[in-house]
Design a protein around this ligand. Sequence first.
Ligand code: SF4
Ligand code: SF4
Length: 83
Amino acid sequence: MKSYKIPDGDLLDAIETFVSVVDTDKCIGCGECVNLCPNECYLLEDKKSKLVKDYYCWGCLSCFYACPSQCIDIYQEYDNEGN
Ligand code: SF4
Ligand code: SF4
């Protein structure tokens, strides 16, 4: 399994497995990602965002664009054949 960073763009036309990653060092605990994620991928814990269901991410990018600290990245996973 190999991951590629997708910085922006419309991801909804691709049906693949998406993974969300949070840089907790930069997180200010605003809770936007927790409030916006349709799949409840995040929880706030000790005033930091914590991924609890990263494998449920469907790549909607709501958290990515809403995060004021730009500490969220969304990746799309591909198999070894690049599919
Ligand atoms: S991209 Fe969408 S589904 Fe994925 S973690 Fe962010 S808000 Fe949730
Ligand atoms: S939106 Fe960004 S800064 Fe706010 S809680 Fe989520 S990861 Fe942290």
